[in-house]
Design a protein around this ligand. Structure first.
Ligand code: GGG
Length: 350
């Protein structure tokens, strides 16, 4: 079969890790007789340098006409250190999600058995951890009005949610729970936030349509603690944009490295696949960044295209690289030598 894939390498280590994901896709194309046609596009700091803005129109067009989008990372420390910067690279990614209405971000988390010793947590606590975070991606405080008063003494970020925005991601999360261990945890801060109370009300109404799924509510602070102390408690976690961003970094501590967590961002018409990590600019060009989250994102892209066997092949190759210790320095075990980004990519492709 033939597929058009938009490729957005982005900033920092994005291009290096995306290159490894493409190697895996090319290996799949050869082994299973598919054709992947890549079209590259700019987004983020690189796009600002080239065009003056973080999301060129051409990038939106390329993404809209593609069957799926493979993305790397966005961000550049030169903007982080300049609070007065009016244009920011991250705005490119947020605007793309909004433009394509990619409202549902799916982040699977599992503790790989042979990496458990890398985690700062105890083996018996994290063994068998396997859950998935459903993060609402196009609403909440990330997209609300932002203001800074003229005297620069007061700032506002408005968080707002509609029932419609909450409902559509909630249905997808319940449907995922039905195919898993039939448990859904809504993570919110309903003791403080009005938006969280609307989430609870909406989700509890929708739960009536999914009677086979157990629903529980947890405050985000409690959920973060539970994730560290008792991660096997979770099956499907549903949460809003900001909390989802935060708790998935907490979750990465279970895996041993944030360099292992992949994600998909799904809308009605499009799907974008990216590692959850950012641009890690200190490592740019050094061939040391972990490419596995990007490679596993490519596997999620194949699932989205309906190529399940092909996606499994990539996942098995990743498992093998971990089992054999062919890994970058972030997940190197004691007495073991690490290898480079590109060598991990070559191994998985082989
Ligand atoms: N690959 C994910 C990435 O580049 N993250 C950087 C970032 O700032 N993302 C904002 C977000 O995911 O909401």
């Amino acid at each position: 079969m033939k597929f058009n894939i938009a490729v957005i390498p982005g900033d920092g280590v994005g291009p290096e890790v995306v290159e490894q994901a493409k190697k895996a896709l090319d290996a799949v194309a050869e082994a299973y007789n598919h054709i992947f046609i890549y079209k590259e596009a700019q987004l983020g700091a690189n796009a600002i340098d080239a065009t003056g803005g973080p999301l060129p129109k051409e990038t939106i067009e390329i993404c809209k006409s593609a069957d799926a989008i493979l993305f790397g990372a966005v961000g550049d420390p030169k903007y982080d250190n300049d609070p007065s910067a009016k244009i920011r690279p991250e705005q490119g990614l947020l605007n793309l999600r909004r433009e394509l209405d990619l409202y549902c971000n799916v982040r699977p988390v599992k503790a790989y058995d042979n990496l458990i010793s890398n985690s700062p947590l105890k083996r018996e606590v994290i063994k068998n951890s396997d859950f998935v975070i459903y993060r609402e991606l196009t609403g909440g405080i990330y997209f609300g009005e932002k203001t800074l008063s003229e005297d620069k003494q007061t700032a506002h970020d408005v968080s707002s949610y509609t029932v419609k925005e909450i409902s559509r991601v909630t249905h997808l999360a319940f449907q995922a729970a039905q195919k898993r261990k039939k448990k859904l945890t809504l993570v919110d801060k309903a003791n403080v936030l009005e938006t969280s109370r609307l989430w609870r009300k909406t989700v509890s109404e929708i739960a009536k349509e999914y009677k086979d799924v157990e629903l529980e509510y947890l405050f985000v602070d409690n959920a973060a603690m539970k994730m560290i102390l008792n991660p096997t408690h979770f099956d499907v976690i549903l949460t809003e944009n900001l909390f989802g961003d935060m708790i998935s970094d907490v979750a990465s501590s279970l895996c041993g490295s944030i360099g292992l967590l992949a994600s998909s961002s799904i809308g009605a018409e499009n799907g974008l696949f990216e590692p959850i990590h950012g641009s890690y600019s200190q490592a740019k060009g050094k061939d040391i960044a972990n490419p596995l989250a990007s490679i596993l994102s490519a596997a999620m892209l194949l699932q989205y295209l309906g190529l399940h066997e092909e996606a499994d092949a990539i996942e098995r190759a990743v498992d093998k690289s971990l089992a054999l210790g062919i890994t970058t320095q972030d997940i190197k075990r004691k007495m073991q030598k690490s290898t480079t980004t590109s060598k991990v990519g070559d191994f998985v492709a082989d």
